[in-house]
Design a binder for this molecule. Structure first.
Ligand code: ADE
Length: 425
């Protein structure tokens, strides 16, 4: 593999390419690196490589011509990467794919950036090493080179270490330990001293799964998960604090079409569907809040039919779904009920299709570790302003963009709960 680095600072790479595994790989000829400085292609007295941006603004922009000439020096068929914060994120699978190339050019921007027309003139693949801004593409290019080089045969001492690393299996790595067996009272896990290779491999796999589940759950969609992995992950999922999450479906005070405070009637569909969400995600309870006596009687009858009556016999799954439902007169009653069940006052989080929420779903998940959370959903045209003002927080609306914004309350409940407690949330 031959890296062609296009940079205004070729000397930047001196020491990183001189030491450690990169240095050895260059010595052994596993890697080759050439550096092309666009400044070499300037013709003016000052060897100018940048100029002020059209349209004004701070900083300087890299000139096209020196870069074009530098890129024209590349061998034909050379894949070209431009390091930029707007690029696709560099990850292990991209590194593995790039490792298949014979020639790879890395274009490093400096200053405010590069004249945008370079991307029209050349087939450049934009790559970022993270959502932060560096002084230039050089340190990003070093990250990319190192991650790619590790896939080259002979680069690592023992070939298997590349496959066992974090991300290679789609998972984070298991923890490592070395001597001494005990340090400051902290012991190496017994299993690692057992000499039982089967048990050690199983322990390591589970720690990998656990680290990934807790730190980067979004990686767990990997198709490489075995049935044993899924069993183990299901066990972890059950330890999640879903039980701490409660829903309240408020029928009063809510807004009517004219924005006035009013009361709505219960809806059979909401009661069933929100119950099914609660059972699926293992929520604590859901409260049907209505001050109307006849509505309370109706809801009580409906819940009894499905939980105890002929409905329960015909459909035990539905009995389970509705088992978390409870009829209360007001939101205050729901709060009191949670307090008496858990001994803790719940954090009350109002929801709205619009407005400036001060909490998002991932923050709600963090709150659940400390206190119960009562997520308050409005029927009709949404919760009355009074409820929103008195709540501890307002959840950020599900859809900030887009004109039409009228999800049914049961749809909104499903989306909110999945964003908080979904398998890969
Ligand atoms: N150049 C400046 N910031 C960068 C980043 N985050 N990734 C890649 N190239 C960059």
């Amino acid at each position: 593999m031959h890296f062609h680095i296009i940079t205004l600072f070729p000397e930047y790479f001196d020491s990183p390419l001189d030491c450690g595994l990169m240095g050895k790989a260059l010595e052994k000829g596993i890697l080759e690196v050439s550096r092309i400085n666009p400044r070499e292609f300037t013709r003016d007295r000052h060897r100018t490589v940048d100029d002020r941006p059209y349209g004004g603004g701070p900083g300087m922009v890299m000139l096209l011509d020196p870069l074009v000439q530098a890129l024209n020096e590349l061998p034909s068929g050379c894949r070209k990467v431009l390091l930029t914060p707007k690029g696709n994120p560099l990850d292990q699978s991209l590194a593995a794919r790039l490792a298949g190339e014979d020639d790879l050019a890395l274009v490093c921007g400096r200053y405010e950036g590069i004249d945008a027309r370079l991307e029209e003139l050349f087939d450049l693949e934009l790559v970022s090493v993270g959502d932060f801004v560096l002084n230039g593409g050089e340190s990003a290019a070093l990250c990319l080179m190192e991650s790619v080089a590790r896939f080259m045969p002979g680069f690592l001492g023992r070939q298997e270490s590349a496959g066992e690393e974090s991300f290679s299996s789609g998972l984070l790595e298991y923890p490592h330990y070395t001597r001494p067996e005990e340090y400051a009272g902290l012991k190496v896990p017994d299993v690692l001293l057992s000499g039982d290779h089967g048990r050690i491999a199983a322990w390591r796999r589970q720690r990998s799964l656990e680290n990934t589940f807790r730190l980067r759950p979004e990686l767990l969609t990997s198709p490489l998960l075995t049935p044993e992995d899924l069993d183990f992950l299901q066990g972890l999922q059950r330890t999640r604090p879903g039980r701490n999450l409660y829903l309240a479906l408020v029928h009063h005070p809510v807004k009517n079409k004219m924005g006035q405070e009013s009361t709505t009637s219960l809806t059979n569909l909401d009661i069933h569907d929100i119950g099914r969400v609660c059972a699926t995600y293992g929520l604590g309870k859901y409260y049907l809040c209505t001050p109307l006596q006849d509505q309370q009687v109706l809801a009580g009858r409906l819940l009894r039919h499905w939980r105890e009556g002929s409905g329960a016999q015909a459909n035990p799954d539905r009995a389970r779904a509705l088992s978390g439902g409870e009829v209360v007169s007001s939101l205050e009653d729901a709060v009191e009920n949670i307090e008496s069940l858990t001994g803790r006052k719940p954090r009350v989080v109002a929801t709205s299709a619009s407005g400036n929420g001060d909490l998002d779903c991932s923050q709600v998940l963090q709150c659940l570790d400390e206190d119960p959370v009562l997520m308050v959903l409005g029927t009709g045209y949404g919760l009355s302003d009074r409820i929103v003002q008195e709540a501890d927080n307002l959840l950020a609306p599900l859809r900030l963009l887009g004109g039409y914004n009228h999800l049914s309350v049961r749809s909104a409940a499903s989306i909110i709960v999945d964003r908080i407690l979904g398998d890969f949330a």
